[in-house]
Design a protein around this ligand. Structure first.
Ligand code: SF4
Length: 329
């Protein structure tokens, strides 16, 4: 049922469908595998902000760029646990913790492990995004009980070198493999609107759909242009390069069809999307969002705006486990 042998031509054919036909097909696939009125709520906290040695062209946290963001130390465990408790009280199912690292250092691992154990003990799912992991680090996180690891492919293999120069696409694939081999579920996605072509967007969905196993969660971000970052400056100076909502929905729909049992998560960039555009994304199979008013270092829609949107659209917070994890049990 879950194909990992998609060809680029097949993904391209999805993008080439008339928009309404593509959304209709994505909605059919969504209903065949998941409850279409349920949306998963996740919360993302930056546990270590700024000063990152990587040079991702979209990121305000890179030490290479002049975004003006102040670097901070790794948060203490208690502060992370109180943020997790707040997220749970607000209805979140999953608590994601992100650190601006190339990869975690050995001295940080005991704190990271304590965060995973503490958040899990509250009955929340745990997710971390800490940069590249070797096999041993992936096993340490798995032993602590980590449910998910986020590591994005960002774009197509061809466009990747325009996004970052401090690591390769293969580095990303290697970490994803280490995470899988350690038995941790995978959250993996990318960013639309970085100046890439449609062919790159096709390549991005193709890369996700042809991983040895589809990611349990697929994040689809819209670039939030931040002044001082190369891609943010490029978009601010050439607003015409920005991807429109219809093309963004096409990416969501193609990802839904290619990865039918994955959760498709609307992530960065949702704050500036209209309610109508978000509704189209939900029709096209998106079924997970980040809640709260902050996403790492950028703004997010906020709980009250989301509650109002859910009421308008008749959506409800998902309570059960994700389909791919249920299927694996
Ligand atoms: S996206 Fe992550 S790895 Fe890249 S610069 Fe930002 S914090 Fe570092």
């Amino acid at each position: 049922m879950l194909r990992t042998d998609w060809t680029r031509a097949e993904i391209r054919a999805l993008f080439d469908l008339p928009f309404t036909e593509l959304v209709f097909r994505a909605a059919q696939v969504h209903r065949a595998h998941q409850a279409a009125d349920e949306v998963q709520l996740c919360t993302l906290l930056s546990i270590k902000t700024g000063g990152c040695p990587e040079d991702c062209g979209y990121c305000s946290q890179s030490a290479h760029h002049g975004s003006g963001l102040k670097a901070e130390k790794l948060m203490d465990v208690n502060s992370v646990l109180s943020a997790a408790a707040e997220a749970k009280a607000a209805g979140s199912q999953r608590f994601c913790m992100g650190a601006a690292w190339r990869s975690p250092k050995e001295r940080d691992m005991p704190k990271v492990v304590a965060m995973i154990e503490g958040v899990k003990a509250m009955g929340l799912e745990t997710c971390m995004t800490l940069g590249m992991l070797d096999e041993g680090q992936a096993r340490t996180l798995a032993d602590a009980g980590l449910d998910y690891y986020n590591h994005n492919l960002d774009s197509s293999p061809e466009y990747y070198e325009r996004v970052t120069s401090t690591r390769t696409y293969q580095d990303r694939l290697d970490t994803l493999e280490n995470v899988r081999n350690a038995g941790v579920s995978v959250c993996c996605g990318g960013i639309v609107g970085m100046g890439e072509t449609r062919e790159d967007r096709i390549g991005f969905v193709h890369a996700l759909a042809t991983l040895p196993r589809h990611p349990e969660s697929v994040t689809v971000n819209a670039l939030v242009p931040i002044r001082g970052t190369p891609l943010g400056d490029m978009l601010a100076d050439t607003p015409m390069a920005r991807v429109d909502d219809i093309e963004f929905v096409r990416v969501v729909a193609a990802a839904r069809i290619a990865c039918p049992m994955s959760m498709i998560r609307l992530s960065a960039g949702r704050e500036s999307m209209s309610e109508a555009a978000q509704a189209l994304c939900f029709m096209a199979g998106a079924n997970s969002i980040f809640t709260g008013d902050k996403l790492l270092t950028t703004g997010n829609a906020g709980d009250s705006a989301d509650a109002a949107l859910f009421a308008k659209l008749g959506l409800r917070a998902m309570e059960g486990d994700e389909p791919m994890r249920v299927a694996a049990e």
